[in-house]
Design a protein around this ligand. Structure first.
Ligand SMILES: *Cc1c(COP(=O)(O)O)cnc(C)c1O
Length: 370
């Protein structure tokens, strides 16, 4: 590891160069490089199997997948409310607002940072149309309780599963819960297609709906059936996905090694809290968040700066809270979000990626424990 090298919190997984170059060669024969080509369809099939879900629709990125998943439900946009978490990437709330709906922020649990299912019911009004929880850091939400609430009040459930690629809960792919789940295949995620994403769902009728929606709502040459967008994944990205998928299990195993090393050493450090994990769900080792408690030797921001002095650039995911970001703070309520505020002010994500060096982990551990 070069001394002056900037270390980021993540580093994109890439297949061997030759493997990708060989894989894209056929595109020069067909010149079919986007619009639901052969590799787009092939990646949908392979991901359906890998994620263990009944249906999937590939998209250009995770954000558009969220927007399309909400749009396909055809909610009444006049004042419709969606209960969601402020402790996520800004995309989650943007997708609600850009669909003409109103986000209603629900607090999270201090233990695992997922939505507090016991606080959802008090936020339901006659305008509520859906619940949009996030499997944050791949920690699964309380999917049974959330479904119970949704059934009782006749609401849809859309999971932001951007962090939960490959996670299984009670031996089933996480995308089987709710009416739809959304994955991100962005370069920074566990599995990437450079940019990409997908919606998974059970009801088959959504497949055609999404197929149209991601292609401007065009059904055939002379028939436009929906007010769609352009959210198609191109063939270069699909092929990157096919290559990365061949190596995904090894990539996750490598992450596990580093994750376990962090866990083992950091559990001994006073004032460092690791988030709870549901032991009926497996881990994809996507992120390594730590929460600094009052008895830690310095503040989150001080630790962040200290690591930065050593050229290690951690991230404050998720700070600020979505409800406190400039574009939303004066628009929607910000009260009763105590756990979210507390975690957001004290969380730090440590570097974790496939081809890390143990030397780097030791350096990070040394800085944290000194
Ligand atoms: C990455 C991410 C998204 C957006 O996905 P993109 O593929 O970057 O558009 C949405 N929600 C969460 C929680 C994410 O981490």
């Amino acid at each position: 590891m070069c001394k002056s090298e900037r270390i980021n919190v993540t580093r994109s997984s890439m297949p061997p160069y030759e493997e990708y170059i060989e894989a894209i060669r056929p595109l020069w024969d067909t010149h079919w490089i986007t619009n639901m080509g052969r590799y787009h369809m092939e990646l949908e099939n392979q991901l359906k199997r890998y994620l263990g879900v009944p249906e999937i629709s590939l998209m250009v990125n995770g954000h558009m997948s969220l927007e399309m998943a909400i749009q396909m439900m055809e909610f009444n946009r006049e004042g419709g409310e969606v209960i969601t978490t402020p402790y996520s990437f800004i995309s989650t709330t943007h997708a609600i607002v850009r669909n003409g709906l109103k986000p209603v922020f629900c607090d999270i649990k201090y233990g695992d940072a997922t939505i507090d299912e016991d606080r959802i019911e008090e936020l339901i009004t006659e305008k509520t149309v859906a619940i949009l929880p996030v499997h944050v850091y791949g920690n699964v939400c309380n999917v049974e309780k959330i479904q119970g609430i949704a059934d009782k009040y006749n609401l849809k459930v859309i999971y932001d599963a951007a962090h939960a690629f490959g996670v299984r809960y009670k031996n089933e792919g996480i995308g089987n819960w709710g009416d739809a789940s959304v994955f991100s295949f962005h370069a920074t995620k566990v599995f990437n297609t450079i940019e990409g994403g997908a919606v998974t769902f059970k009801e088959q009728k959504y497949y055609e709906k999404l197929y149209n929606l991601k292609n401007f709502g065009i059904h055939d040459e002379e028939l436009v059936v929906d007010i769609g967008a352009n959210a198609k994944m191109n063939e270069f990205c699909a092929i990157m996905g096919l290559c990365n998928l061949r190596h995904i299990d090894t990539a996750i195993q490598k992450r596990k090694k580093y994750y376990d090393l962090y866990t083992q050493e950091l559990s001994k450090v006073k004032g460092i809290r690791l988030l709870d994990r549901n032991n009926e769900a497996d881990n994809n080792y996507s992120y390594f968040p730590i929460v600094l408690e009052e008895d830690y030797i310095c503040s989150r921001n001080q630790l962040y700066e200290r690591l930065k002095e050593h050229n290690i650039f951690c991230r404050k995911y998720f700070f600020p809270l979505i409800s406190e970001s400039k574009c939303y703070r004066d628009l929607y309520g910000n009260s009763g979000l105590n756990n979210a505020k507390k975690i957001s002010n004290n969380v730090l994500i440590l570097p974790l990626y496939e081809d890390m060096e143990t030397e780097l982990i030791n350096k990070v551990l040394k800085i944290i424990s000194e």
